[in-house]
Design a protein around this ligand. Structure first.
Ligand code: ZN
Length: 115
C-alpha cells in the first residue's frame, strides 16, 4: 500500500483540525520536555535500582509518545489524520478530541482489544 492509495479527504473541518493540531503540539512539547529531563536523570546515573528501573520505563514511554506524536503530524500533513488505519472509517472529532492519537475507530479498537 502506498501513500497515494490512502483517502486524502478529511471529514474534519479546518477549525477542528486546527484545534487537534494545537492539542498535539502541546502534548509534543510536554513530552519532549519530559524526555529531556529523563535523559538528564539517566546521564546522572544516580538513584537506587528501583528508581533506575522506573526511569527506564518512563523513558521508553516518553520515547514512544514522541514517536506516536510525530506520526500523527505526518498523518496531518498527508491528510490521512482522523481516519481509521484499519477500515479507513472517519474517526469522529469527539473521539479525537479526547484521544488525539487515536488511529482506529471505536469498532476496530474494540475488536482489537477483544482479540
Ligand atoms: Zn476502523
Amino acid at each position: 500500500m502506498t501513500m497515494s492509495d490512502l483517502p486524502t479527504t478529511t471529514h474534519l473541518s479546518s477549525v477542528q483540525l486546527q484545534s487537534l493540531r494545537q492539542d498535539l503540539q502541546e502534548q509534543q512539547e510536554q513530552r519532549r520536555r519530559q524526555l529531556h529531563d529523563l535523559r538528564e536523570q539517566e546521564q546522572d546515573g544516580s538513584g537506587a535500582d528501583g528508581t533506575w528501573q522506573e526511569l527506564v520505563v518512563s523513558l521508553t514511554a516518553a520515547e514512544r509518545a514522541v514517536a506516536e506524536l510525530s506520526q500523527a503530524f505526518d498523518r496531518l500533513a498527508a491528510g490521512t489524520y482522523g481516519r481509521c488505519t484499519h477500515c479507513r472509517a472517519a474517526i469522529p472529532f469527539e473521539r479525537l478530541k479526547v484521544r488525539p492519537l487515536a488511529r482506529t475507530c471505536i469498532d476496530c479498537q474494540r475488536r482489537r482489544e477483544a482479540a
